[in-house]
Every structure is written in structure tokens, then in C-alpha cells.
Design a protein around this ligand. Structure first.
Ligand code: SAH
Ligand code: SF4
Ligand code: F3S
Length: 485
């Protein structure tokens, strides 16, 4: 390249050209007797895991062997989460540790991507306080990572694109609105379970949440592309397909075709083969009678629903901009149960949202007792700079929040155990894991996605039938039985 090194810009090297540059580099390493290796470190939700599988796919296309530790790696990509302060702190402390590894291997290239790296002030921090990091990339720039690597290998400057965005704005550069490339290679972490993103971004702007700012506006993939991907996976022996999106049940908006989430599910459930479909996450406002009908009618769709309620108080739900009331939420739950009495239900709860009174919190406890979830994911509210809730007056002390959090868990743990015990004696179809657990015993997941510890012999990554013999708070025990007729 005939340009001064410090002016090489990743945007001057297109992705295909970049991949071949990096391949030349990895080939030269290999010829000199060094196997080039890449490590992709992932924080955050399933969406990030799916993105990391694409990053690993690109690394492998560029000639890197994928490994699972940073120590031996020539390339480290860190995929970060920004949903709570704690998630950012964890990522930053791991990124900090990479400094010492890079001191031993100065040629190591480090790129930091994902939701945290998509925020202006965090990209700025990476640039200023983490000089060992070579570049950052946003959630919409995964396909550009080869260009970022190639530019850096060619002697280009460190590069932090999100650092140039407006602070606390809707940090969504134009690339967020472009179609995300369909043809990225994927190295999947499992041979039996696959993530399939059906949409990107979120338009809901719940007042506490950073996701819409770091993942941009909602875009849906075309149904034909999704169907083709699911077909390929099923043909290759995948037994469980989890459809991913921040709000899967608003799928289809903005496409030229007239398709919504129930229609997509129905289409995928028609694919031949032995597999099951899950999806996450759904927004209560978009749970329609049609969706419930399609679930009830199609055996391939797992009878499991993750429906975040966040709070049981209408006042707090309003302040969160959740667009439903506790009562309208309960009606959706009742409709799901009426159509599928054995459905497994889980939820997300935020404790200590600004202004949450003792009465509001008790409404949340009431909701837990009313719905009787199989399991909940609960979080102490974490203010995210730039979101509306971060400007609300938060008068609760840390102690009050942790005390409420403990009470919440106490109520739920009892329910979880009761719900699990109720399954004793049931004969369930369980998908075994890709390998036995550390104790040498095969585990798997039932229809409701609960972990089942199995006795009896079972191949990995296959459906077996098991009779549930015992239940603990986070584990069922089952013995393998012949398939029922
Ligand atoms: N799109 C999904 C998941 C978003 S993040 C949904 O709408 O449910 C997953 C969970 O993290 C949320 O459901 C919420 O319970 C929690 N969460 C999001 N922002 C948070 C914050 N600022 N503090 C604490 N928990 C938060
Ligand atoms: Fe965040 Fe709400 Fe969107 Fe979920 S629906 S990602 S909680 S803004
Ligand atoms: Fe975290 Fe981004 Fe997922 S903020 S929860 S990794 S969408």
C-alpha cells in the first residue's frame, strides 16, 4: 500500500481484500513455524454469543486457529456487554489483564467490540486508558473487523470509531441502518444447538436500558434467509434452534414482505426433521393471540416462554416505558397457560428502579406469587448514563436494594423448587449436551429448558426420553426410559 502508514484507514480496505491481506500474514506466520491463533472472549447475552460465533467465523476465514485462552493468542477479540455497570467492569478488568499478556507477545492484536465498545465514552476510555488495545468496533461493524485488522497490520493507527460519535446521543451511525451482511461465516460453539438471529436492534427505549443506543434501530432479516439457515442447520444435525432478537415478537416490521413473528414461526416449524425451536426475548406488548395459537399448534416449538415483566407495579412500569400494566401482562400469561397448561415460564425483574417504594416492590412480589414462574432472572437497577432513567431521582440506598433483592429471591426460590418438584414423575424429552459434565454424567435440557442430570446411557447432542425422579432448585434428575408410544 502506497500511503503513509499513519494515514492507512480501515475504510480504504474492503472486507474481501482485507481477508486476503490477513491470510497472507497468517500464512507467513505458519510458514515460519508458528500456528496463528485467535481467541474470542464473550460477555453479555445470547445475541453477543451469536455475534461472537460470526467473529470466530471471520477469524477462521483469515487463517487463525480458534483457541479458548488469551495466553497463546495472536489475535484477541473481546465482545463486551453494557447492560449493567458490573458487566462493563468485568469486561474492562479482563481487557486490562490483556496488557500483561501482550507485554510477552508485542505482536498480539487486540480488538474490543460489542455493546460497551459501541458507546462513545467507553470507546474514548479504551483509546485513552488502554493503549494495548489496537482498535474497537461497534455491534454493527462485525463484518468490518478484517479491515480493521488488515489496516493495523499494515501499520495504520489505533482506531476507535465509536469515540467520534456524539456523546449520549442515539449512538447509531449510518451503518446500523444498512442491511447486515447475510454471508458471514460462522464457527458455532455447539454441534447440536444453534443461535439464529432473526432481527437486530431495538425500538422500545425502556427508560433504564442502553441496548437501543448501542444496537441501533430494529431491523429484521428476510424470512427466506432465516428459513435457509435453519434448513441447513437441521440438515447438519442441529436439534435445537434458538431464534434471537431483543424483541423477537415484533419481527417483520419494515420488511417489504408481509410477515410477522407468528408467520415466521409457522414457516420454520414446517421444516422436516427432528428439532425444536426456541426464541428469546419477547416483549409482553407484542404477545398476540396468533402467536399463542401458533405455539400451541406446532409441536416443534418448545413450550417455554421467557416474558420479562420487570416490575409488578403499574407506576414503575409506566416510568420504565414498558407500555403494559401488570393486569394486561397477567392476561397474556393466562392465555398462554390456557393454550399450553404445561408451559414453562421465566421472566426478568429489575429491583430498585428509581422511585420504587416498598408498595411497588410488594406488587412485584405479588406478581411472582400470581404467575408462579419456573425461574426468574433478577437484577439490581444499574443507572446507564445517557438513558432517561439515569436522570431520575434514585433515593434508595444500596442496602435497601440488596435487602429487596434478597426478599425477591427468597419468594422465588421456594416457587422454583415447588415447580420443579411438580415435574417429578413426568416423562420428558431431553436434548443431551454436547459432552458429559465435569462429573462425567450426561446432562441435558428438557422442553422447558431446565437442566436434567441423566442416569442411563445417552449419546451427546440427541433427544432422549427421561422420567424425572428428583428435583433441586436449579436441577432436575432424570432416568432415561424408552420413548413413549
Ligand atoms: N430485550 C430484552 C433483554 C434486554 S437486557 C428484553 O426486553 O427483555 C436483559 C435484562 O436486563 C432486561 O430484561 C432487564 O431486566 C435487565 N436490564 C436492562 N437494563 C438494566 C439496567 N440498567 N439495570 C438493571 N437491569 C437491567
Ligand atoms: Fe432494552 Fe426494552 Fe429493548 Fe429489551 S425491549 S432491549 S429492555 S429497550
Ligand atoms: Fe449486553 Fe448488549 Fe446483550 S448490552 S445484554 S450484550 S445486547
Amino acid at each position: 500500500m502506497n500511503i503513509p502508514k499513519n494515514r492507512i484507514s480501515p475504510f480504504d480496505i474492503d472486507s474481501a481484500e482485507a481477508v486476503s491481506h490477513v491470510r497472507e500474514y497468517t500464512n507467513s506466520l505458519r510458514k515460519s513455524g508458528h500456528e496463528p491463533k485467535a481467541y474470542v472472549m464473550t460477555f453479555g447475552c445470547q445475541q453477543n454469543e451469536a455475534d461472537s460465533e460470526k467473529l470466530a467465523g471471520l477469524c477462521s476465514l483469515m487463517g487463525y486457529k480458534i483457541i479458548d485462552t488469551a495466553e497463546e493468542a495472536d489475535l484477541v477479540l473481546v465482545n463486551t456487554c453494557a447492560v449493567r455497570e458490573h458487566a462493563e467492569q468485568r469486561a474492562l478488568s479482563h481487557i486490562g489483564e490483556l496488557k500483561f499478556i501482550k507485554e510477552k507477545n508485542p505482536d498480539m492484536i487486540i480488538g474490543v467490540g460489542g455493546c460497551m465498545a459501541s458507546r462513545q465514552n467507553r470507546a474514548e476510555k479504551l483509546k485513552v486508558s488502554f493503549p494495548h488495545v489496537d482498535f474497537s468496533f461497534s455491534t454493527a461493524q462485525i463484518h468490518l473487523v478484517p479491515s480493521f485488522i488488515a489496516a493495523r497490520l499494515a501499520g495504520g493507527r489505533r482506531f476507535f470509531p465509536a469515540a467520534n460519535l456524539p456523546l449520549h446521543g442515539d449512538n447509531t451511525p449510518d451503518t446500523y441502518y444498512a442491511d447486515f451482511p447475510e454471508d458471514l461465516p460462522v464457527v458455532r460453539g455447539s454441534t447440536s444447538r444453534a443461535w439464529v438471529s432473526i432481527m437486530y436492534g431495538c425500538n422500545n427505549f425502556c427508560t433504564y436500558c442502553i441496548v437501543p443506543y448501542v444496537r441501533g434501530r430494529e431491523r429484521s432479516r428476510r424470512p427466506a434467509d432465516i428459513e435457509a439457515e435453519v434448513r441447513r442447520l437441521v440438515e447438519r444435525g442441529y436439534r435445537e434452534i434458538t431464534l434471537l432478537g431483543q424483541n423477537v415478537n415484533s419481527y417483520g416490521r419494515g420488511l417489504d414482505e408481509n410477515v410477522d413473528f407468528p408467520a415466521l414461526l409457522e414457516r420454520l416449524a414446517k421444516i422436516d426433521g427432528e428439532f425444536r425451536i426456541r426464541f428469546t426475548t419477547s416483549h409482553p406488548k407484542d404477545v398476540s393471540p396468533d402467536l399463542i395459537r401458533v405455539m400451541a399448534e406446532n409441536e416443534k416449538i418448545a413450550r417455554q416462554f421467557h416474558l420479562p415483566i420487570q416490575s409488578g407495579s403499574d407506576r414503575i412500569l409506566h416510568a420504565m416505558n414498558r407500555k403494559y400494566t401488570a393486569q394486561s401482562y397477567f392476561e397474556k400469561i393466562d392465555a398462554l397457560r390456557a393454550a399450553m397448561p404445561d408451559i414453562t415460564l421465566t421472566t426478568d425483574i429489575i429491583v430498585g428502579f428509581p422511585g420504587e417504594t416498598e408498595a411497588d416492590f410488594e406488587d412485584t412480589l405479588t406478581a411472582l406469587r400470581r404467575v408462579r414462574y419456573d425461574m426468574i432472572f433478577s437484577f439490581i437497577y444499574s443507572p446507564r448514563e445517557g438513558t432517561p432513567a439515569a436522570k431520575m431521582i434514585d433515593s434508595l440506598t444500596r442496602e435497601e436494594k440488596t435487602e429487596r433483592f434478597a426478599r425477591l429471591l427468597e419468594v422465588q426460590n421456594a416457587i422454583t423448587l415447588e415447580k420443579n418438584k411438580a415435574e417429578i414423575g413426568w416423562i420428558e424429552r431431553v436434548l443431551t449436551d454436547d459432552a458429559p459434565g465435569e462429573d462425567g454424567v450426561m446432562h441435558g435440557r428438557n422442553e422447558g429448558n431446565k437442566i436434567v442430570r441423566l442416569t442411563g446411557s445417552a449419546e451427546p447432542g440427541q433427544f432422549v426420553w427421561a422420567r424425572i425422579t428428583d428435583a433441586e432448585p436449579y436441577l432436575l434428575h432424570g432416568e432415561i426410559v424408552p420413548p413413549p408410544r
